[in-house]
Design a protein around this ligand. Structure first.
Ligand code: GLC
Ligand code: CA
Length: 565
């Protein structure tokens, strides 16, 4: 089907069906996945070596976090050459070998498209900053600021001003992220042409689509007026409200995407849930799906980590399950390279609950409405990293946030550090735990690029694969179940008990096929009786060892069951 136009493939598959709706997607953060040459850094041959592991899990699509040439201020989210592979990760030949092998295993690959900004080392920016007369000047967003004062009060989303002053031309450039990530000027048609041509370059190599990094921020507010104090509390909503965003996405779709049978998933940072159909309603011809941020806000208020009631999660999934437009599609994710580990956040990562709760929340991930995304190690129940102090963090945003919150706003350093331990992105970025050998089998180097979680002797892939009761095998079973029952993909959603504070009980239904999902989202066991289960048959449970004679009204801590009604 690859290479066919989208219109042709839609006609073929009929009402609203699509391969990317049926896909189970696995995100790889290449730096931390598998090192093949002993330099301590994960690489493309390392991924190639592990493709059978991914295929055996039942995954059919991989999202590769950026593998392009980059000075790595933000681990590849700062690109200096969009058509070259980062030498640390390998060569273009390695990439082509990876594509070929993946394709032979029935696995598609989607790439990370990071085009809100480039690296400050990108030749475009080098030329842009060199002179006001450069043809590349307007590739970026410059404002005169003779005295070095920022042109307005816009903050970087990580803290500090969003403007960096350049004395050579007495002007400042805009960077919504770190100063090493200058924002591209999408209002310049030449920039859009460059992006479309980069997209075609990779699509013509056979990649199956893109995850689009902070794509909501590409259109800037034309007046560049100061933000109000209210707006400054959450500037990402202002940055995502640019007037031409949807026009540019439609242009991208017309010019590029509509000519290939590929999928797109946009990172909808700064977007309110009710605005999401504007991207995903297929009639609008923009994107296929987006990552909404409501799930990642569930346990945070500003920088602070807060407790969350189950009712919040239920509201999010109920809203996502309500058909918002005739043909709009969702994503489901609990984890990615920007988030703490799912089991530490939504489950309970301490004994005796780690494995059972990782399975319980995995049940939720793979039975909710939308295409599920698994992040490397989630299928093992990998946990957050232990941190002693600030020096243990590697993430570029940490010092920027520390400066703003602690040094400038006077936030209590201990409280800030505590939240950071729970919410920090580094939690997700420690090397994948392959086996119980040194450095978890990730590398043979003296030192991996980043710390391995010391719990690797207990939590690792080798162990999980050889143990039929592991989190890994349970994920496999869930993925297989999802493939077997289309109701889990295309079915409607109904919360069967919205008010219960510990039980998450919902159904998915497609015509006469109805699946019931019952999850105890707590550390407590209790009796839970519902007539709905009387004639239902159990398809999967994370408590298989429990005998059939056991009272089915008893729900053990984090027990999860999937039934056919
Ligand atoms: C996205 C990426 C994140 C990156 C940021 C800036 O949020 O997921 O890792 O730091 O964009 O590119
Ligand atoms: Ca390597």
């Amino acid at each position: 089907m690859i290479g066919q136009s989208r219109a042709a493939s839609a006609a073929q598959t009929g009402t609203g069906r699509a391969w990317w709706k049926e896909a189970v997607i696995y995100e790889i953060y290449p730096r931390s996945f598998k090192d093949s040459n002993g330099d301590g850094i994960g690489d493309l041959p390392g991924i190639l070596e592990k493709l059978p592991y991914i295929r055996d899990l039942g995954v059919d699509t991989i999202w590769l976090a950026p593998i392009f040439q980059s000075p790595n201020r933000d681990n590849g989210y700062d690109i200096s050459d969009y058509r070259a592979i980062m030498p640390e990760f390998g060569t273009m030949d390695d990439f082509e070998r990876l594509m070929a092998k993946a394709s032979s295993l029935g696995i598609r690959i989607i790439m990370d498209l990071v085009v809100n900004h480039t690296s400050d080392q990108h030749p475009w920016f080098q030329k842009s900053r060199a002179s006001k007369d450069s043809p590349y000047r307007d590739y970026y967003i410059w404002r005169d600021s003779a005295q070095g004062h920022p042109p307005n009060n816009w903050p970087s989303v990580w803290g500090g001003s969003a403007w960096a002053f350049e004395p050579e031309t007495a002007s400042s450039y805009l960077h919504l992220f770190s100063p090493q990530q200058p924002d591209l000027n999408w209002d310049n048609p030449a920039v859009r042409e460059e992006v479309f041509s980069i997209m075609k370059f990779w699509l013509d190599k056979g990649v199956s689509g893109f995850r689009m990094d902070v794509i909501t921020m590409i259109s800037k507010m034309p007046s560049f007026r100061d933000m109000t104090p209210e707006e400054l509390k959450a500037p990402e909503y202002v940055y995502a409200a640019g007037p031409h965003l949807h026009t540019y996405l439609r242009e991208m779709n017309d010019r590029v995407l509509s000519h290939y049978d590929v999928m797109t998933v946009g990172e909808a940072y700064g977007m309110h849930a009710q605005d999401i159909p504007l991207f995903t309603d297929s009639a609008r011809r923009e994107l296929d799906m987006v990552f909404a941020f409501d799930i990642v806000h569930v346990d945070r208020q500003g920088w602070r980590k807060v407790a969350w009631p189950l009712s919040k999660l239920k509201e999010i999934y109920a809203a996502a399950g309500r058909p918002r437009s005739p043909d709009s599609w969702n994503t489901v994710f609990l984890d990615n390279h920007d988030q703490p580990r799912a089991v530490s956040r939504f489950g309970n990562d301490s004994a005796p609950f780690r494995e059972v709760s990782a399975k319980a929340i995995g049940t939720m991930l793979l039975t909710q409405c939308g295409t599920p995304f698994i992040y490397q190690g989630e299928e093992l129940g990998m946990t957050n990293l232990p941190f002693d102090g600030l020096d243990d963090f590697e993430d570029v945003q940490v010092p920027l946030q520390w400066d703003t919150r602690v040094k400038r706003q006077g936030v209590d350093p201990d409280a800030f550090l505590e939240s950071l331990k729970g919410l920090g992105r580094d939690n997700a970025r420690s090397p994948m735990q392959w086996d119980a050998s040194r450095h978890a089998g990730f590398t043979t180097a003296e030192k991996p690029w980043y710390r391995v979680n010391p719990n690797y002797t207990e939590i690792n892939a080798q162990d999980c694969v050889s143990n039929a009761g592991s989190v890994y095998h349970y994920f496999r079973d869930l993925i297989a179940l999802r493939r077997k029952y289309p109701a889990l993909i295309y079915g409607t959603y109904q919360d069967q008990d919205p008010d219960h504070s510990a039980v998450f009980f919902y159904s998915r239904q497609l015509e006469s096929s109805k699946i019931l999902i019952l999850i105890n989202m707590s550390d407590r066991g209790f009796t839970y009786d519902t007539p709905l289960l009387a004639r239902a048959s159990l398809l999967l449970s994370n408590m298989r060892h429990r005998g059939v004679t056991q009272d089915v009204t008893w729900l053990a801590p984090w027990e999860a069951r999937v039934y056919r009604a």
